[in-house]
Design a protein around this ligand. Structure first.
Ligand code: NAD
Ligand code: GLY
Length: 376
């Protein structure tokens, strides 16, 4: 387990959805190479991360001359999480004659991780891959659990596959270069784990939010580890999202509507999720499923993470367009919207299509009115 004291910043989450996490503090080369199958590696990263970390990881993998290491740098940004860049990755796999034993290494945030994971899922019907997440968002959520994919003009993450990484390799030192806004975006997913299943973790966050925001290494390592443990437990129970795994999407259906409305790149994923979480909590309280005091605690925690809890005034939406965007969601079944809502004491939630529709409409109206400057 993560201990106290002076550990080096690198730790590995050797991850299997069907096994346990292992936490260890050993040399990065040793851990990384031990998870590489075959003798060919392609590291894929983007043009923002490459100048900071590509050489370091290429050298770690090349050490000892056991592996032949190729690299590919793609453009940075959610707007490039698409089939065109996927094609570029697949072209590189073929150009460099990667065989079925080869390993793709995703070095970057969730955008790189999702795309490279998808390339690994479909190249030669599936090759190995390793996640080296460099954002909080990717460390606590996207790198764990095997959801991979790209966006489609008609909807976010609409094209993809489940494909588990051999290893998730977290180097918290990379967080030193992460912009504040990206740090905050990742914290919104950390808040999520407390709300959906881990009361103690939520309370720990209430006591440690300022330490996380100040990038205190021990606080971040604890939060990342605890988040991964929560996520792994859910994925282990329901890898292909028959039900329980959907609870990891608290706030996401509202959030995806916000992201899709503004266009990729305007809102960070975690920011949209924070507003979505505020909406889900508000709706839950409106139905009497949670106490109003819990809604206040949620707002307070998100605000301490400098996350938005209201729609922005410069991006007005109306109820119908919001609802239409919410319906482009993978959780819609037979045309029915299903939501993750909070119910009962802190740490409990439900994934359900059985909710008071008027409470949903009233919640959307409340948030839409706020962003139009009309306070209800
Ligand atoms: P991102 O990958 O776009 O990274 C955010 C920005 O930070 C980018 O500009 C990136 O280049 C830069 N960056 C990354 N690491 C850096 C570092 N160490 N120092 C400086 N800059 C750095 O965004 P994200 O928030 O990591 O991920 C969001 C994506 O993840 C979305 O596409 C979302 O759909 C996806 N996601 C997937 C899952 C899943 O389960 N697969 C879960 C959550 C989110
Ligand atoms: N991020 C949601 C999931 O992995 O299921």
């Amino acid at each position: 387990m993560l201990g106290e004291g002076h550990h080096p910043p690198v730790f590995s989450l050797s991850y299997s959805p069907f096994g346990a996490f292992q936490y260890c503090y050993v040399a990065a080369t040793e851990i990384l190479q031990s998870h590489i199958k075959g003798n060919k590696v392609l590291i894929v990263t983007n043009d923002r991360i490459a100048p900071m970390y590509l050489e370091k990881y290429a050298n770690l993998l090349k050490a000892g001359d056991k592996l032949s290491v190729e690299t590919l740098v793609v453009p940075d940004g959610e707007e490039h999480k698409n089939m065109e860049i996927m094609q570029t990755i697949l072209d590189k796999c073929l150009e460099t004659s990667l065989d079925r034993k080869a390993t793709l290494v995703a070095l970057g945030g969730g955008v790189i991780g999702d795309m490279v994971g998808f390339a690994a899922a479909i190249y030669q019907r599936g090759v190995n891959f390793v996640q080296v997440p460099t954002t909080v968002m990717a460390m606590v959520d996207s790198s764990v659990g095997g959801k991979t994919g790209v966006n489609h003009p008609g909807g976010k993450n609409m094209i993809g596959a489940f494909h588990q990484p051999q290893c998730v390799f977290v180097d918290t030192e990379t967080l030193s270069t992460l912009p504040d806004r990206e740090l905050q975006s990742g914290i919104s997913e950390i808040v999520k784990y407390g709300l959906i299943r881990d009361k103690e973790f939520f309370e720990w966050q209430e006591d440690h939010m300022e330490q996380m925001m100040a990038r205190d290494p021990e606080a971040l390592r604890f939060a990342i580890t605890r988040s991964c443990q929560n996520k792994a437990a859910v994925v282990k129970a329901d890898e292909k999202e028959a039900g329980l795994r959907a609870t990891l999407n608290l706030g996401h259906t509202f959030g995806h509507a916000i992201e899709n409305h503004s266009g990729y790149g305007t809102w960070l994923h975690g920011e949209a999720v924070a507003i979505g979480t505020a909406m889900a909590a508000t709706m839950s309280a409106r139905m009497g499923w949670i106490e109003p005091q819990l809604v206040q605690r949620i707002y307070k925690l998100l605000e301490r993470a400098k996350l938005p809890v209201e729609l922005p005034p410069d991006s007005p939406m109306d109820r119908d367009s919001f609802l239409k965007l919410m319906s482009v969601d993978k959780k819609v079944e037979n045309g029915n919207l299903r939501l993750i809502l909070l119910k009962g004491a802190l740490g409990n939630c439900v994934f359900t299509g059985d909710f008071d529709e008027q409470a949903l409409l009233d919640t959307i109206d409340e948030f839409v009115a706020e962003c139009s400057g009309v306070k209800k």
